[in-house]
Design a protein around this ligand. Sequence first.
Ligand SMILES: [Zn+2]
Length: 628
Amino acid sequence: MAIFIPEDKISEIKNTVDIVEIVSETVLLKKTGRNFVGLCPFHSEKTPSFTVSPEKQIFYCFGCGTGGNAISFLMKQEGISFPEAAKRLAKRYGIDIPTKTISAEQRKQISQKESLLHLNRQALNFFRQALVETVAGKRALSYLKGRGFSDEIMDRFHLGYAPRGWDNLLRFLSKKHISTALAETAGLVIARKDKSGYYDRFRDRIIFPILDVNMNIVGFGGRVLDDSEPKYLNSPETPVYHKSRTLFGLCSARDKCRVENSVYIVEGYLDLLALHQHGIENSVATLGTALTAEHIRLLTRYTRRMVLVYDSDEAGIRSAQRCIDTFWKEHVDFQREDVFREEKADTHILVLPDGDDPDSYLLKYGPEAFVATAAQAPGIISFLIDRAIEKHGLSTEGKIQIVSDLHATLAAINDSVARSLYVKQLSERLDIDEAVVLEKIRVAALRKPQAISDRRSPSSSASAMSASESLMTSGQKSLSEVGSRIEQQIIAMMLQFPQILPQIESRDVLEHFESNILKSIGHTLLHHKFKSAAQVSELLNFIEEPEKKRLVAALALTDESWDENGCRKLINQFVETIQRRQKSKLMDDKIKAAELKNDKQLLYKLLKEKQKIAIQSAKQKITLLSNK
Ligand SMILES: [Zn+2]
């Protein structure tokens, strides 16, 4: 059931909560000056760069760039949604939350979702009954028994059977007065092309109901009993079923995942059932979709060690590659948190020998052998290195081929520590100079400049950098890359000395910003009539994009002291820079035109003028510097 929290309650929560208290529950904090620091819970580090400001009620990690207020801290720490986090804080601080104030549109959505879940429950009753109580179901039942599944496992997973024929479920639902339109939305029936009616999606198939973590039935999977195609059929995406966010078996596996501190991720329903049948209950299945970032995020609530199980090298390599691509994409669109960071999700690839799937492997060797083999499963990159060595061998040509196969993969890892460790690993395995690998990566990085944040460290000197050094630089870089230094300073000033906001507005300062993200932060500040530095935490709730949140937290925490005079100077400096830039652009245009017309006399005049401007601006810069 979704939670809706009225805006005034959110402010009440924010005003009551103490971020130092909340963070202290999981992070050991030490007071330094106005702030507290500690070891970041979101990345692994040896020297504390995680900073909490009691004044501003925000946190920011200078190592990994995570930042926000108490609510965002709890969201990230616990892997929960905004309303869940707000609700938890409210409970802790004794704030009552009325749950009735929801809009008509929200009520409609909720009631549609609830109707769909109700319908799915009815459908499951039908499928269960068909498996257990009908003659037609006997075939399915004996198929499952033949695969070695006990009654207990079939009950645990609520297996069912969709009988042969076009309208068995359809007729059952109409007897229950459930609308066909709703059944179509649920993906259980399909409209006939000639619009003459509907037919059942699942026919003569074993039915696997798909449950979410709250035990709601959100969708169904169906498997044929013979060799006909398609072997598996799933519910389509519906308002309650999202493939990229759903893992089959998670609700039965989650407690065991916590206890065992690991999870096995298999591809199919029967693989999963086989693992459970053999007592390996910390396992889930992705259903015909590749493992997504959301899957990983969901699982990190329970454990960080994830073992992806495959029956062939090719499938393993594809999956490892995909994990890295996902990681890459995540970085590029800034939309999501970097869940694939090695310290967040510790992902391993297990390829079972001789083309065995989990079922056949467990039958041959038993669960202990499975667990022991899985404990040895290499991490994603080690796996790819192993496979490349197997494929190309360690001759000179082989080594060249291996580096050329893997350099793009390594370049895609945006955690500089992890990357340098892998580079080291690869060069050791191949017995070649690390610098050679780094050079290759550098070239790959240059080819995709915007995709890799960390352009400087994979130089040949990077390998000499200690882990903490490169972490620090990678954290600072995430800040220094956004907009020019002066644009950042202006936003920091707006956050820390809001008295200056009217001047920023009247002089149109933001219009000249080159960085769109900083410009939009500036506009948010003007728009929300940001009045005091203590409002930063509140402001963070208006901002949805994680990248923006992080920047605001980071810039609000820079330690500078502002006064009216210093602020005006900074604005003047910025405006002058802009004017200079505009002048020089105008001049360049004129020069280009003169070149085109081949007007030598004009060209000479313009070049001289340009030189004069350049000298002037150099002088200006020197005066600005000496004024500091
Ligand atoms: Zn961090």
